[in-house]
Ligand binder design. Sequence first.
Ligand code: GLU
Length: 468
Amino acid sequence: MQTIKTRFAPSPTGWIHLGNARTALFNRLFGGEFLLRIEDTDQTRSQPEFVAALLEDLAWLNLNWEEGPASPEPDTYFQSLRSDLYDSYYAQLEKNNRVYPCFCTPHELALSRKAQRAAGLPPKYSGKCAHLSADDIQRRLDEGLQPTLRFRVPPGIGITFEDLVRGQQRFDSDTIGDFIIRRADGTPAFFFCNAVDDALMEVTHVLRGEDHLTNTPRQLLILEALDLPAPRYGHISLILGEDGTPLSKRNGSRSIRELREQGYLPLAVINFLARLGHAYGEETLLSLEQLAERFQLQKLSRAPARFDAKQLDYWQNQAVRAADDDTLWQWLTEPTRKLIPDAHRTLFLTLVRSNCLFPEEAQPWAEIIFGDDFPITENAHQILKQTQSESEFFSAAIEAAHRNPEDYPAFLEALKTATGARGKRLFQPLRAALTGRLDGPEIQRIYTLLGSERTIDRFTRLAKKTPC
Ligand code: GLU
C-alpha cells in the first residue's frame, strides 16, 4: 500500500489566518506523513518575517511536520531555492514543444480580454504567440524582449479527475487558454512549481481551498506532460464570515497570531477549525489525535462553512476547563502570577477554569483574593449597606469563621443558624463582603483561598459599620 503523504504549502505573504490554518489542519488530520513547503516564488510579496511567523504559528497549533523546513532559514523546502530544478523541467517541456515563449505585453492581453468580454466570450489567451517561427522568436529575444513561457493546452480533450471531496470533475480543455508557467522575470508561476513539487516530494493527497479547483486541470496537464505522478486533490469549501461573504479580516477572520495574543489556547482553535466544514457530531473537546482518528473525507461538507465567533469562544471555554495546571499557569499573565502564593496555585487555577475565558480575566480575581484593597461594585455596596443597617450579620460571620477556619460548609451552617438568613439574603452579603461583587466563582473557593485571617478581616471591617 502506498504511504499517504499530505502537505501544507503556504505562501509567506502574510500571517496565517483561520482559513489557511484550517487547510493545514485538515491535511494533518487526514493522516500519513505531513509535509510543509514554503511557496515563496513571489519575491515581491514573500517576506522572511512571515516565514518565521508561519513556523511559529504552526508549532503553536501543534501542527508539526514530519518533512519540511528545519528553520526559517531557506532550505530545500523553500521554492525560492529550487529554480535550477524548475529550469530542468522547463527545458524538458521546451524540448517536447509543450510550451512556447509569449511576447504579448500586459496591455495587449488586457485589450484582448476586453474584446472577448465585449463579444460575450469568457476571457482566454488568444494563442497569438503559439506559432511564432524560430526566427521570429530569436529576433524578439535579440531586441531584449523578455517573454513569458506558456503551456500549450491540447485542444478538444476532457480533463477529468475524482475530487476527494466533490466527486467526479470534468473540464473541457477548449475552455482553458494556454497559460503562463514562467513569468517574464524568470520566476515560476504558482501552477507549475506547486504541481512539480508535489510530484517530486511524493505528495499523495492534497486538500486545499475550493478557490484552487480550476487550477487543478491545468496542473494535471503539466504533470502529464512531464510524466510526473499527480496527487489526489480534494477541494474543501470556503469559510464564510458572519455576513455570508468569504471570510476576511473585514468580517471576523483573525490571524492565528492575534488569537494567540488574545489568549486563545491552541486546542480551542484546533477544535473550532476542525468543525468548520467537517462534521464531528461530538461537542466535546478532542485532542489532535482524537480529531485525526475521527476525520473522514465523507464528512467534509461541500457547502461553505460559517465562521461563528461564539463557537470559537465555546471551544475556548472547553479548552480552559480541560487545561492542566502547568498550561494554565503559563497562560496567566505575569502580573497575575505574581499575586498568587505558591500554596494557593492549584486552587486558584480551579477557580480560573470555571470563571475565565482569557488570562486577563483572572487578574481581577487575583487582586480581589490576594490583594489588600479591591473595588466594590455599586450593587454590592447597596447590599452591604442594607445588611449592616438591618442585622448583626457580619459579627455572626466573624464568629462562624473563627470557629470553622478551614471548613466552609460548617462555617455556612453556623452562619445560617446564627442569622436565620437563607438564599440571596445569605449569599449576597457574603459574596459582597468577601469579593466586593455579587457574581463570580463559588464562594467556597473564595473562602478557602482567602484563608481565615483575611476572611475575618473583611467581615470585621463591615461589622464595625465603617462605611464600606
Ligand atoms: N501556495 C498556495 C497557496 O497558499 C498553495 C495552494 C495549494 O495548496 O496547492 O494558496
